[in-house]
Design a protein around this ligand. Structure first.
Ligand SMILES: Cc1cc2nc3c(=O)[nH]c(=O)nc-3n(C[C@H](O)[C@H](O)[C@H](O)COP(=O)(O)O)c2cc1C
Length: 363
């Protein structure tokens, strides 16, 4: 497969690039020949709407603007696929992505009536017709309606350009990817689904439904939980805390609540109670595992019975969870106390999928 991979994410280390790089890596592994075209790095001017490219009767018009776009157009002409990568900006594609499509106008050669759909479509002059089209879009919002307008636009663009819409990959909740320090099982599943999907697409020209589902998998536990975490993000932002990493969160209750969501049922015991006491704040929390499910009590009784009881200052425990602090060193210094079943404590990393793959990153 010969594919043009268009990047239109202004933030080079953002989540769009993170998932896009994985998809691209998968495509390469699947044997695709790729032109990796980054709109932010290339010199591509706005379309001037001069219609110079509409002149003449050739298969493809010539753009009046001489810049790097010629390289992308030449490659796209003979390509089997177009992969477009953009963050969602105001319910739409980024300006860079829009600029890319506008500059594809030299391929538009008028209108034609499509009897199958009963619609007027663009007559296009591509050397290779029926290109497979994959859209990868990343937003901070939850899935819901965040992608509606963009998905519709992409469908119409694909229709108009005679592309075959192979996959519309909408990835919401982008801020959750910054929580990789928690090694969230779900984040890792999503990331590996991007890589696997890229490979399958390169080999088969399509992506199976279960992979699409895996890439779109919700990371928050419902709207309320999402809204609660979003408030924390924005608060951190307003305080000038870098948005890049959730490891800046120093309230261990937030991290424990998220830890609950990363429970790996295949590794969890049938039943276990973990108590966390934070003397500096006067807080006590309880994490309870029952038959593969996890529940979190934010204000528990400090004297409640538990299989494991951890006592530490809130900053220290948040540091442990975000892999900034070392458990053994804190224990040796007498700043972290663990009582009860020590082997269960040691197994927490596995039970909750903590301390995940640190090679995957970029945010
Ligand atoms: C100008 C601008 C507009 C945005 N508009 C939306 C939006 O309409 N809906 C949304 O869910 N997120 C919106 N976002 C958030 C981004 O989609 C989100 O931060 C995404 O992760 C950005 O991609 P990146 O991580 O690759 O930079 C907006 C961000 C910016 C900078």
């Amino acid at each position: 497969m010969k594919a043009l991979f268009v990047r239109a994410a202004p933030r080079p280390n953002g989540v769009t690039s993170l998932v896009g790089d994985l998809f691209l890596r998968g495509m390469r592994r699947g044997g695709a020949e790729i032109l990796d075209f980054d709109m932010s790095a290339k010199n591509v001017a706005d379309c001037r709407g001069c219609f110079a490219c509409s002149a003449g009767f050739g298969r493809r018009g010539v753009c009046a603007i001489r810049d790097d776009m010629a390289e992308a157009l030449d490659f796209l002409d003979g390509a089997d696929a177009l992969v477009c990568l953009t963050p969602v900006y105001f319910y739409s594609m980024s300006a860079q992505m829009k600029r890319f499509f506008d500059r594809c106008f030299p391929f538009v050669r008028g209108y034609r009536f499509d009897p199958e759909s009963g619609r007027m479509l663009n007559e296009t002059g591509f050397l290779k017709k029926r290109k497979k089209f994959v859209a990868i879009s990343v937003a901070s919002g939850r899935l819901d309606d965040v992608f509606d307008a963009l998905s519709r636009t992409y469908r119409m663009v694909a229709d108009a350009m005679g592309f075959e819409f192979a996959a519309d990959i909408a990835r919401g909740e982008s801020a959750y990817f910054a929580m990789r320090e928690l090694g969230s099982v779900r984040v890792r599943r999503v990331l590996s689904a991007f890589e696997a999907s890229g490979e399958i697409f390169a080999r088969a020209g399509k992506i199976p439904a279960d992979r699409l589902e895996a890439m779109r998998m919700p990371l928050s536990r419902g709207r309320e939980s999402f809204a609660k975490n979003a408030r924390v993000f924005w608060q951190l932002r307003r305080n000038g805390t870098p948005f890049e990493s959730f490891s800046m969160v120093s309230d261990p209750r937030i991290l424990l609540r998220e830890m609950c969501a990363t429970l790996d049922p295949s590794r969890a015991p049938e039943r276990a109670d973990f108590k966390f006491v934070f003397p500096d704040k006067g807080w006590a929390c309880l994490v309870s595992v029952r038959s593969g499910e996890c529940s979190f009590v934010e204000s528990a009784d400090a004297g409640a019975r538990a299989d494991v009881a951890v006592t530490a200052d809130s900053e220290d425990w948040a540091g442990v969870m975000a892999a900034r602090r070392d458990v053994s060193a804190l224990m040796r210094a007498g700043r972290l106390k663990v009582e009860g079943d020590l082997s269960l404590f040691a197994a927490m990393k596995k039970i909750f999928g903590l301390g995940g793959d640190r090679r995957v990153g970029g945010v």
